[in-house]
Design a protein around this ligand. Structure first.
Ligand SMILES: [Zn+2]
Length: 274
């Protein structure tokens, strides 16, 4: 079985004799194809590459899962641990039996989900390694699944996974951009795993919003109003993205003030300064 994995984004594709002509996720205007052309690796090649999967506690009940070297975009996957079972969010593009066993040391995995298609990684391979747990795909982004499988389930606007753990559609970057809300996080004040629907800036005290981060395509004022309003309906005090950045505290207020700032700039309020 040849699982083709896009070398640029790390998303696994269906088993075919020859690799696909292109990765639809990378040829989309939100991602990029190298100037040298589409490149592929395979699950087998990655297994031979001595990739180390690393698990690191971020805060009590939250574990970062990364690999060295990184595969594809190199996101920081998050394992959310709850008494009712765990969520693997934004899975990386590589898994082996040892990595799956170490994830299961934290308890059974209820489901795997990604914040958006750039983060699908090796989601089906992770599912198979964890006992065929469901892979939850936002129905608004279903067309982007590159490796269909019986473990995939679709969900709509919100999905309660366990007491105090739910998926919420925010939209924006992708129509189905999804955040995971974990009530017990941040010492009970609530954590939002926002993928890159809401992106913390380097100071951890403001955030921004983009249609494309690598290609610097903005979103409209109306879209950021919609995305931020959906997020502000939720109770959280800390926000993490998918690359190890966070807003450690007051994240709810930070989302509100940052959305106001963004909307003012793209609406021309400050054009006299440019
Ligand atoms: Zn790709």
């Amino acid at each position: 079985m040849t699982l083709w994995i896009c070398a640029t984004c790390g998303v696994e594709h269906a088993d075919t004799p020859e690799p696909p002509a292109e990765c639809a996720i990378c040829s989309d205007e939100r991602q990029w194809v190298p100037r040298t052309g589409q490149a592929w690796t395979t699950a087998e090649q990655l297994r031979e590459a001595d990739i180390q999967v690393e698990l690191r506690d971020v805060e009590p009940g939250l574990v970062a899962v990364t690999s060295s070297p990184q595969v594809g975009i190199g996101q920081q996957c998050m394992l959310v641990v709850t008494p009712s079972g765990n969520l693997l969010f934004d899975p990386i593009g590589y898994v082996d039996a040892d990595a799956a066993a170490r994830v299961l040391e934290y308890g059974s995995v209820l489901a795997i989900a990604a914040s958006h298609p750039h983060m699908y990684g090796a989601q089906v391979s992770w599912s198979h390694a964890l006992g065929d747990v469901p892979v939850l795909v936002n129905e608004a982004d279903a067309e982007w699944v590159r490796r269909p499988d019986a473990v995939i389930r679709h969900f709509g606007a919100t999905l309660e996974l366990a007491p105090g753990l739910a998926l919420h559609t925010l939209g924006g970057h992708f129509a189905g951009s999804t955040a995971a809300l974990w009530d017990a996080g941040a010492d009970g004040r609530g954590v939002l795993l926002a993928g890159d629907a809401i992106f913390p800036n380097p100071n951890g005290a403001s955030v921004s919003f983009m249609r494309s981060y690598p290609n610097l395509l903005p979103l409209s004022a109306a879209t950021v109003e919609r995305v931020s309003s959906r997020a502000l309906e939720l109770r959280f005090d800390r926000l993490y993205n998918n690359f190890g950045r966070s807003v450690p505290e007051n994240a709810h207020e930070v989302v509100r003030t940052s959305a106001d700032r963004y909307i003012a700039w793209v609406s021309g309020v400050h054009d006299d300064l440019t």
